[in-house]
Design a protein around this ligand. Structure first.
Ligand code: ATP
Ligand code: MG
Length: 356
């Protein structure tokens, strides 16, 4: 029987609560198919670990993770640990060391999910964001040029390499081609007169290799407006690191809220493990109460199944989420329900059993 080794970093706040439900769902799918199994290994890394050890993960943490097929992450970061430390010392470290240069975020309004406050049809909100995940505005390069209040000057550099830009754009074209959908590039070449001019140029070059893919290009400010006013324009969308970060939060609001938004950090060459996570954070305000919405984490489990080549089961999990939303009986409070985190997870697994 096939074994998938999955490293679980449940993390902080609601992280462990929502990850529990995702693991429940993955185990249920594996139980119903006799062909494969998950082997989960838990790592106690995160902010509590930081409080004790002064670091977010073991020094050889990357070495330890290398042997896994995938990483399943809840959320890291908690009051008391500066955000840039929790981010750089764990999440970005993993993304960079494992060259997870593709960040895939579906912005799809599922059946049963509440329509946002715009005059659109459900099927109009069905985007797939492909965000550059390794460089760009989040390169980490910069400098505190002058200290001292009045003269302070700080530089934060964006890095767009030929290799990094080309590979994400090519990945997006491949995805659009495979799905038979249009591809939209989002940039800001009028104001960012080096990086985004380069981005546009690479996009145009690569597009010549894909004459069958219909393309469009928007400035990021216009794109933000159009995502609300006319979301059906966007199908597969490729963006830089920063723009993708911001627009997918907007996307989350469009597609049923932060409790439903999932993300995958992919190393397409499969030289290293890829990582699956909800896009929300540790939500300290509701942690420990058992009311966090686990659906984003469960959706990211569906992305993991896709990645392992079990698209059929990825679909089953997504259908189960839709069914749960349509029923509307077992929902957490962010979706105006009274259900608990584990009740939602339990109901999803019941529906999966019924569908499969
Ligand atoms: P972090 O610093 O870890 O990113 P944050 O405070 O910036 O955390 P989030 O944790 O992503 O931001 O969430 C903001 C708010 O949205 C939370 O405080 C919480 O109220 C709500 N929220 C986030 N995720 C969920 C969830 N899964 N279920 C219910 N509410 C959620
Ligand atoms: Mg946050």
């Amino acid at each position: 029987m096939k074994q998938f080794k999955v490293a679980v970093i449940a993390g902080d706040g609601i992280g462990p609560e929502v990850i529990n439900e995702g693991v429940k769902v993955l185990n249920k799918v594996a139980e119903l198919d006799s062909g494969f199994q998950f082997d989960f290994t838990y790592f106690p890394w995160g902010s509590e670990f930081y409080a004790k050890n002064g670091k977010m993960m073991d020094d050889n943490g990357i070495e330890q993770l290398k042997e896994f097929d995938a990483i399943y992450l809840g959320a890291v970061g908690f009051p008391g640990v500066p955000d840039h430390i929790s981010l750089w010392d764990l999440l970005l470290k993993i993304r960079k060391n494992f060259d997870q240069y593709v960040n895939i975020r579906p912005v799809k309004l599922l059946k049963g999910a509440q329509l946002p406050l715009v005059d659109v049809k459900r099927e109009d909100i069905n985007m797939l964001f492909i965000r550059e995940n390794s460089e760009g505005e989040y390169s980490g390069a910069g400098e505190w040029l002058f200290k001292g209040k009045e003269h302070e000057v700080v530089l934060q550099n964006s890095v767009f390499s030929r290799k990094g830009t080309e590979r994400i754009i090519r990945y997006a074209f491949e995805t659009a081609k495979k799905e038979g959908r249009t591809l939209t590039s989002i940039s800001k070449a009028n104001a960012l007169n080096y990086s985004m001019v380069f981005w546009d140029q690479v996009f145009d070059e690569v597009s010549l290799e894909y004459p069958e893919v219909e393309t469009a290009s928007y400035l990021v400010d216009a794109a933000a407006m159009l995502m609300i006013k006319d979301p059906k324009r966007f199908e597969v969308v490729v963006t830089s690191n920063l723009f993708g970060d911001i627009l997918t939060d907007l996307g989350a609001a469009l597609a049923g809220g932060i409790g439903l938004a999932a993300g995958a950090n992919i190393n397409p060459e499969r030289n290293y493990p890829s990582m699956f996570e909800p896009i929300h954070g540790s939500a300290p305000d509701i942690a420990g109460k058992g009311i966090a919405n686990p659906l984003a984490t469960i959706w990211s489990a569906s992305q993991m199944l896709d990645f392992f080549g079990y698209e059929m089961y990825g679909k089953v999990v997504l259908e189960a989420i839709e069914q749960l939303l349509l029923e509307g009986d077992v929902l957490t409070s962010d979706m105006k329900g009274t259900g608990s985190t584990s009740e939602v997870g339990d109901r999803v697994t019941e529906i999966i059993k019924y569908i499969m």
